[in-house]
Write a protein that binds this ligand. Structure first.
Ligand code: ADP
Ligand code: MG
Length: 341
């Protein structure tokens, strides 16, 4: 039988659309990716504007570095990134992004308009791109930083669009991503508007202030500082006092080098440290920041980067448990001192 060749390289638009399936599950994924880009661009202030829970509009405006005209175009190419150059860089990642896939993915499945300007340039660049196809590129007057509008998410992927949940569920996911990033960066100002209503306006400040601004004034009295330093990692943050534990989970956060992560094993370290002080079935509040040399972690195991591996997980467990135990203990002590005052 005569052989015939049937393999072809996929066109970019299809390859990007497939990749987008991994990066962009829902509007919240877009919010996360764009917020992370703004953080990586060293923004001091970030605005989020949403319509219909992000279905019709997700706009993120930052006052960060902005991009040159060439970079503005390049940023929508797949595997195009300014954050890593060689494979060794994978072991010293300090930025939120590094895969160079987010903008390419988003532009494959939405109508995107980006205005971006570097502070030293008089004019910025406007790019309109949809379905991976650049429709417009021109010089425009705009503010320094980057203003990205993502309209009609999944306009060309009806199956995905139909799988989206109600606006309130999609908003819940967006707020989860927004709050995680806002907690990780109290030094950055954030605002969030949904359908012209202001949902958050967070001014830059200290971590306690950020926690209170997100969760409410009543948290102020309920937090205990937590800190432990070793040569391997340093842990710091706040735990909620044991009697403040809630029936619902959700206000429990780990950040590794300022990146929000999910880690059941480490979560167990925290809950074990609370053992005997919180009632069965209650969930203590915690916001813990772990600083570690990036050479000791692998964040490359999942496209959304919420899972990471430590080279010595047992040590991380032990140090976190010690830090939280100490904080719970100090709190008990200081309560009795307060009584004597
Ligand atoms: P990654 O963040 O993994 O590098 P992205 O697709 O998210 O990939 O972005 C591609 C590149 O575009 C980034 O490496 C960065 O150089 C540039 N970029 C994206 N968003 C911004 C922004 N808000 N401000 C400045 N540069 C940006
Ligand atoms: Mg990115």
């Amino acid at each position: 039988m005569a052989s015939s060749d049937i393999i072809q390289l996929l066109p970019d638009s299809i390859a990007n659309q497939i990749a987008a399936g991994e990066v962009v599950q829902r509007p919240a994924s877009v919010v996360k990716e764009l917020l992370e880009n703004a953080i990586d661009a060293k923004a001091g202030n970030i605005q989020v504007i949403l319509r219909e829970a992000g279905r019709t509009l997700i706009q993120i405006i930052d006052d960060g570095s902005g991009m040159s005209e060439t970079d503005a175009r390049m940023s929508f190419e797949r595997h195009a990134t300014s954050k890593i150059r060689q494979s060794e860089d994978l072991f010293r990642i300090r930025t939120m992004g590094f895969r160079g896939e987010a903008l390419a993915s988003i532009a494959a499945i939405a109508q995107v308009e980006m205005r971006t300007r570097q502070a030293d340039n008089e004019l910025g660049t406007l790019i309109k791109i949809e379905g991976s196809e650049i429709k417009t590129q021109e010089s425009v007057a705009c503010l320094p930083g980057t203003n990205l509008c993502v309209k009609n998410l999944f306009y060309n992927v009806p199956a995905r669009r139909n799988f989206l949940k109600s606006n309130s569920v999609e908003m819940r996911h967006i707020l989860d991503e927004f709050q995680r990033i806002a907690l990780a960066h109290p030094e950055v100002g954030f605002s969030l508007h949904h359908n012209d209503t202001e949902v958050f306006n967070l001014i830059p400040g200290k971590l306690v202030r950020r926690i209170i601004d997100i969760y409410g004034r009543n948290y102020r009295e309920q937090l205990a500082f937590c800190q432990e330093d070793t040569s391997y990692i340093s842990v710091r943050g706040y735990i909620g006092k044991p009697e403040f534990a809630k029936k619902t989970r959700g206000e429990q956060f780990f950040f590794v080098n300022d990146r929000y992560i999910k880690h059941n094993y480490l979560h167990h370290a925290v809950t074990s440290a609370f053992d005997g002080t919180v009632p069965e079935g209650s969930h203590p509040f915690y916001v813990l920041f772990i600083e570690i040399d990036p050479a000791h972690i692998d964040i490359n195991i999942h496209p959304t980067k919420t899972e990471i591996k430590f080279d010595d997980e047992r040590s991380v467990y032990a140090i976190i448990m010690a830090a939280v135990k100490k904080a719970v203990g100090v709190y008990n002590l200081s309560q009795s001192i307060d009584f004597e005052d």
